[in-house]
Design a protein around this ligand. Structure first.
Ligand SMILES: Cc1cc2nc3c(=O)[nH]c(=O)nc-3n(C[C@H](O)[C@H](O)[C@H](O)COP(=O)(O)O)c2cc1C
Length: 170
């Protein structure tokens, strides 16, 4: 798959076949893609928590009402912003978004399935994740990426919308 095909056929996958063991090498590959994202002044303010314990995964839906798929996920990766590493105020949000998207694309390229679960800035989800994983105060859980062996086909959807394109002025 070339880069355009990976981008255009990435879909949110919420149904997974039987749990698939992901090798440490494969997980590190995904994290390398995430950490290759651009960041403001190259601040790289992220940390990643790999969750492969099914008991922890099944706790998330108790405080996140759109996260049922985690019960069948192989693993999930929590993308966090570390405010101690921030060089450019509040840019960590954009940096962590870029890292999350890179992660999703790498997952697609490996023919796995994933969905981005929003955590930041929802208060209940922030509190729930912080407590569940015992995160330090200045580490903000940003997004949780649920990953599994896809039971849904990822297909191209054409979302190109010329009415949203402007040249030189509005
Ligand atoms: C910031 C953000 C938060 C999201 N949160 C959730 C979520 O909590 N649960 C979920 O099932 N999908 C979530 N999604 C996935 C979107 O629903 C999905 O990307 C959108 O419907 C478009 O579909 P596609 O990803 O297949 O292109 C989230 C996506 C983004 C970017």
């Amino acid at each position: 798959m070339d880069a355009m095909e990976v981008i255009l056929t990435r879909r949110s996958v919420r149904k997974y076949k039987t749990k698939k063991q992901l090798s440490k090498e494969s997980i590190n590959n995904l994290l390398e893609a995430a950490m290759s994202a651009p960041s403001a002044g190259n601040e790289q303010p992220w940390h990643f928590v790999v969750i492969d314990d099914p008991n922890i995964l099944s706790e998330v839906p108790t405080f996140h009402n759109h996260a049922q798929m985690l019960k069948n996920a192989s693993i999930a990766i929590l993308v966090c912003g570390d405010l101690n590493l921030e060089k450019h105020k509040d840019m960590w949000i954009q940096d962590c978004s870029a890292a999350t998207q890179n992660l999703l694309l790498a997952i697609r390229a490996k023919n796995l399935g994933a969905v981005w679960l929003g955590i930041f800035p929802r208060e209940q989800r922030l509190k729930g994740m912080k407590k569940l994983l015992n995160l330090p105060e200045k580490v903000i859980p940003f997004s949780l990426v649920s990953i599994g062996n896809p039971a849904e086909k990822q297909e191209k959807i054409n979302r190109f919308n010329p009415s949203r394109v402007h040249y030189n002025k509005w």
